[in-house]
Design a protein around this ligand. Structure first.
Ligand code: SER
Length: 846
C-alpha cells in the first residue's frame, strides 16, 4: 500500500487542497528546521495572513527534528521509532472544522483505509478536554481512552507560535515481542506506538510567554509516515520497513557483517542520518561551523563515528546516497538531480573528519580511563575544538559507558567562543512581522499593484500610511518618516535578491521599498504633508536602470554557469544592486581561470546577440515543465512570471529586467571565491561599470610602466626576474664556497659545522672531494633545525649519527648509512648538538 498517496487522496476526497512539502529550512527565524507539517501554515493559524480558499489543506511534509525544541537526535538509533528526518502526513483546518470532524476523519482513515484492527487502537486526550473525551466515545470504548496532562497532550510548535491540547492515537504492537516495564500506555516502551497526533490549535504563545487565543479554533494533525508503513508491513521497527531496509542492506554490504536488531544501533544511526544529510544538502543547506549547517555536521559526524565503530575506516556515507535516492527519489525527484553533487559534498566532509577521528577517539579513550563519575568538560571542549567532535557526539560515545559529560564546564568554555550554532539562527523576533498592522491592510485592500515592469513613473493614490513602527496613521507630516502604500506602485520592493527601488513621491524622497506579507511599501522621508487617499506622482530613481541590467546579467550568468560547470549547480543566494551583482551557487570546488573566462565569454556573447527578453505568465506546473529554473523551497504563486532570453536562459522571476540583452552592454567577473564548503560566489559588474573598471586597470598599468620605466612591462619583468635569479646564484656560490673547518681523525676528513646554504648539495660536494669523510651539517631556518650527515669510507653510520645528535635538540630522524637527515626544535641547544656530534665521531674513529 502506498500510504502517502492513500492519505493525500483520502483528504482530497474530503475537500482538502493537497499542497507539496515545503522546504526543510523554514521561512521562520524562531525555528531551526521545519519540525512538523503545520510549520508552513503558521501565519495562517495565527491570522497574520488571511485564510486561503478552501481553508482546509493536506500535505506530506518532510521534517527534521535535530537541534531546536523537538530534538530527537540523541535517541536516534537506540529506539525503534525516533528519527532526525521523517515524513509527516497531515490535515489542517484553518478555522473551518474542529474536533468532531478531525476525530471522525482520523478514525475513518485508520479503520477503513488503513484497515488497522480496532482492538489494537487506543487514544489519549488532554485531562481537561471533556469534549474530545465525549467525541471519542462515539468511536471507541471508554476503556481505550486515556487522559494525560500537558507533558503528553499539549503540543507547541516551538518556544513561540501556535499551540493547543492534543489527542493521540496509539497502536498496540502486542505483548508477544514487547514486555519491558515501560511497555504500558503512556510508558517509554515501544509496544504502544503513537501514530497520529491531532492538535486542537487554539492558542498562540509570544516571546514573553503570554498566551492568547487564535482567531479561530483550528486543526493540525500529524501522522508519522515511517511508523504507519512499518505497521502496515507487519514489522516492529521503522528501520525494518521498506523505507529503511534497502539502506541497511547497503551498510551491511560495506561492513561485511549482517544487521541484527539487538546489536544494530550503529546501522540504524547511519541509515537515519544519511537521509537527513541527503535531503538537507539537496535542498541547499551545507556543512558549516554554525547554525543549521552545524547541525548537519553534527548529524553526519555522529553517523561517521558509528561507521568507524563498525570498522569503516575511510569515507563511506557518500556511498549510501544512491540507495537513498532510489528509495525516496520517486516522490522527491530533486534528489536525483542533485545526487552527484550531494555525494561530493558528503565525501569532502567525511574526509575532513577522518583526518582527526582516530586521534580524537584516542584522546577520548585516554580520558575515559581516568573518568569515574563525570567526563571532563575541558576534554570534551578540546574534542570539539581541536578534533571536530560535536558535544553530542562525545555524549553519544559516553552513552555506551553510561556516563555523562560535564556540560556546565563545556558551556563555560564554549561561552568564550560564543554558542555560534544558536546565534546565527535565533531571530530577535522581527518586530515588523509580529506587530505591524499588515493584516488590516491585507483585508481592506488585498495586495497592491506593482506597475513598475512597464512604467518608471505614474500617478497613484495613497491607500495607507504607516509610521516607523508599522502602525496605521492618517497623515505623515513634513519632516517625519513613514511607510506609504500606493494603489499602483512603480517601486520594486526588495525581493528575489533584487534590491528595492528608491525615487520620489511628489517632492519627497523614497529611501527604500520593501515587501511585508505581499504588501509593497515605500519608506519616505516626508518633505511635505501626506494624507490617505491623496493622489501623488511616483517616480522611480535612476538606480533602477543599472539594477535591471545587473539582474538580467545575473540570469545570463546563471545559465552560463550551468553550461560550463553542469546542471548540478543551483542558486544559493543572489544580490542585485545598481553597482554590482553577486551570485552564490553550489559547486564543490573553485572554478579554474579557464572556466571563469568561458562563463564570461558566453554571457558577453549573449549580450552581443541582442536577444529580446520575453516575459510570460504561466501556471507554475507548466513553467516547470518548460524547463524554467525555479529555486528550491521558494514559495511561488500558482501563476508565475517566466523570463527568457532566447533558448539560452529561462527562469522564474518577479524582478525587473532589460528589454533586450544588448542593453547590458558588457559583463565582467571581478571575483570568484568560496563562501562555505561547496558554495562558490561570483561577483560581477556590467554596463558602464565595466568601462570604469577597465579604466582603473589602465591607470594601474600606467603606474606599473612608470615604475618599471618601460612601455613593455612583460619584457621588463622578465629582465628583473633574470637579474634576481643571477643574484641568487651568486649568493649561493658565496655561501657554498665558504671554507669549513676540517679535522683529520685517523686519516678521515671530518667536517662538523653550521651551514646556511643548500645542505644536501654541500654534503655531496664534500663526499666527492675527499676519499674518506664524515660530514655533519646543521641548518637553522624558521625556528627549525635540520641536521644532515654524510659518510664515505668510514666506520660510522650516518643514520645513527644524526639520530643521536637530533636527540639533543629535541628531534628525531634517521636514514641510510651513507646519508641521513633529522629535524629538531630546540634552537638553544644547536651548538651543544654540534659538540656532541664531533665527540661522537671522534669516539667512533679512534
Ligand atoms: N504538530 C503536531 C505534531 O507535530 C501535529 O501535526 O505532532
Amino acid at each position: 500500500m502506498d500510504v502517502r498517496k492513500a492519505y493525500l487522496d483520502f483528504f482530497k476526497s474530503k475537500g482538502h487542497e493537497v499542497v507539496p512539502s515545503a522546504a526543510l529550512v523554514p521561512n521562520d527565524d524562531s525555528l531551526l528546521f521545519t519540525n512538523a507539517g503545520m510549520v508552513p501554515f503558521k501565519d495562517i493559524f495565527t491570522g497574520k495572513v488571511p485564510r486561503p480558499t478552501p481553508p482546509i489543506r493536506t500535505s506530506c511534509q518532510t521534517c527534521i527534528r535535530a537541534g531546536g525544541k523537538h530534538n530527537d537526535l540523541d535517541n536516534v538509533g537506540y529506539t525503534a521509532r525516533h528519527h532526525t528526518f521523517f515524513e509527516m502526513l497531515g490535515n489542517f483546518s484553518f478555522g473551518e472544522y474542529f474536533k468532531k470532524e478531525a476525530i471522525s476523519y482520523a478514525w475513518e482513515f485508520i479503520t477503513e483505509v488503513l484497515k488497522l484492527p480496532k482492538d489494537r487502537l487506543y487514544v489519549t486526550v488532554h485531562e481537561s478536554d471533556d469534549e474530545a473525551y465525549e467525541i471519542w466515545q462515539t468511536h471507541i470504548d471508554k476503556e481505550r481512552i486515556y487522559k494525560f496532562g500537558d507533558k503528553d497532550n499539549f503540543w507547541a510548535m516551538g518556544e513561540t507560535g501556535p499551540c493547543g491540547p492534543c489527542s493521540e492515537i496509539f497502536y498496540d504492537q502486542g505483548s508477544e515481542k514487547f514486555h519491558s516495564d515501560e511497555d504500558y500506555m503512556g510508558g517509554d516502551g515501544d509496544r504502544f506506538l503513537e501514530i497520529w497526533n491531532l492538535v486542537f490549535m487554539q492558542f498562540e504563545k509570544d516571546e514573553k510567554g503570554n498566551v492568547s487565543k487564535l482567531p479561530k479554533p483550528s486543526i493540525d494533525t500529524g501522522m508519522g509516515l515511517e511508523r504507519v508503513v512499518a505497521i502496515k508491513e507487519g514489522v516492529f521497527s521503522n528501520f525494518d520497513s521498506s523505507l529503511f531496509m534497502p539502506i541497511i542492506k547497503k551498510i551491511e554490504s560495506l561492513v561485511g557483517v549482517k544487521y541484527e536488531y539487538d546489536k544494530g544501533a550503529s546501522y540504524r544511526v547511519i541509515a537515519d542520518h544519511i537521509r537527513s544529510t541527503v535531503f538537507l544538502l539537496a535542498q541547499g543547506t551545507n556543512f558549516d561551523k554554525e547554525g543549521r549547517g552545524y547541525v548537519l555536521r553534527r548529524i553526519l559526524r555522529r553517523a561517521v563515528r558509528h561507521g568507524y565503530l563498525l570498522g569503516l575506516k575511510e569515507p563511506f556515507m557518500y556511498k549510501l546516497v544512491d540507495i537513498v535516492c532510489e528509495v525516496m527519489g520517486s516522490h522527491y525527484s530533486y534528489l536525483n538531480d542533485k545526487k552527484e553533487f550531494v555525494k561530493e559534498l558528503i565525501k569532502l566532509e567525511e574526509e575532513r573528519f577522518y583526518t582527526t577521528i582516530a586521534s580524537g577517539i584516542e584522546l577520548f579513550n585516554e580520558e575515559l580511563k581516568n573518568t569515574k563519575d563525570i567526563f571532563s568538560g575541558e576534554v570534551a571542549f578540546k574534542l570539539y575544538d581541536t578534533y571536530g567532535f560535536p558535544l553530542d557526539l562525545t555524549a553519544d560515545m559516553l552513552r555506551e559507558s553510561n556516563l555523562k559529560v560535564d556540560e556546565a564546564k563545556f558551556d563555560e568554555l564554549m561561552k568564550e567562543q560564543k554558542l555560534r550554532s544558536k546565534a546565527s539562527w535565533k531571530g530577535s523576533g522581527d518586530k515588523a512581522k509580529t506587530e505591524g498592522d499588515f493584516k488590516n491592510l491585507l483585508e481592506k485592500f488585498g495586495k497592491n499593484n506593482f506597475v513598475g515592469y512597464e512604467k518608471i513613473e505614474c500617478e497613484a493614490k495613497i491607500l495607507a500610511i504607516l509610521d516607523e513602527n508599522f502602525k496605521i496613521i492618517d497623515e505623515l507630516k513634513n519632516g517625519e518618516n513613514g511607510w506609504i502604500m500606493l494603489d499602483n506602485t512603480p517601486f520594486y520592493a526588495t525581493s528575489g535578491g533584487q534590491c528595492g527601488d528608491k525615487g520620489t513621491i511628489s517632492k519627497s524622497e523614497v529611501l527604500k521599498t520593501e515587501k511585508f506579507f505581499d504588501l509593497n511599501l515605500s519608506f519616505v522621508k516626508a518633505a511635505e504633508n501626506f494624507k490617505t487617499n491623496q493622489i501623488i506622482k511616483a517616480v522611480v530613481g535612476y538606480e533602477r536602470e543599472m539594477i535591471k541590467r545587473n539582474h538580467s546579467a545575473t540570469h545570463l550568468l546563471h545559465a552560463a554557469l550551468r553550461k560550463v560547470l553542469g546542471d548540478h549547480i543551483s542558486q544559493a543566494g543572489s544580490s542585485v544592486e545598481a553597482s554590482r551583482l553577486r551570485f552564490d551557487f553550489t559547486h564543490p570546488k573553485a572554478m579554474s581561470f579557464e572556466e571563469i573566462k568561458e562563463v564570461e565569454n558566453l554571457v558577453n556573447f549573449e549580450i552581443l546577440k541582442a536577444i529580446p527578453a520575453k516575459t510570460e505568465i504561466l501556471e507554475l506546473s507548466e513553467a516547470k515543465k518548460s524547463g524554467a529554473i525555479a529555486l528550491f523551497g521558494e514559495k511561488y504563486a500558482s501563476k508565475v512570471r517566466v523570463l527568457s532570453f532566447g533558448d539560452f536562459s529561462k527562469e522564474l522571476c518577479g524582478g525587473t529586467h532589460v528589454k533586450n540583452s544588448s542593453e547590458i552592454g558588457a559583463f565582467l567577473i571581478t571575483k570568484e571565491s568560496g563562501v562555505s564548503a561547496g558554495v562558490r560566489r561570483i561577483e560581477a559588474i556590467c554596463s558602464k561599470e565595466v568601462i570604469n573598471y577597465t579604466n582603473h586597470l589602465r591607470d594601474e598599468l600606467e603606474t606599473i610602466n612608470s615604475e618599471l620605466k618601460s612601455n613593455e612591462p612583460l619584457i621588463a619583468i622578465d629582465k628583473l626576474k633574470n637579474e634576481i635569479k643571477e643574484l641568487k646564484n651568486e649568493l649561493k656560490k658565496t655561501s657554498n664556497n665558504k671554507e669549513l673547518e676540517i679535522h683529520n681523525i685517523n686519516g678521515v676528513s671530518v667536517i662538523v659545522s653550521k651551514f646556511d646554504g643548500d645542505i644536501k648539495t654541500k654534503i655531496d660536494e664534500l663526499k666527492n672531494r675527499y676519499e674518506k669523510v664524515v660530514v655533519l651539517l646543521e641548518n637553522i631556518k624558521d625556528d627549525k633545525i635540520t641536521l644532515c650527515a654524510g659518510v664515505k669510507n668510514a666506520p660510522i653510520k650516518a643514520g645513527d649519527l644524526v639520530k643521536q645528535t637530533a636527540l639533543i635538540v629535541g628531534g628525531n630522524g634517521g636514514g641510510r648509512d651513507d646519508f641521513a637527515t633529522a629535524g629538531g626544535k630546540d634552537i638553544s641547544k644547536s651548538k651543544e648538538a654540534l659538540k656532541f656530534g664531533l665527540k661522537y665521531i671522534k669516539e667512533k674513529l679512534s
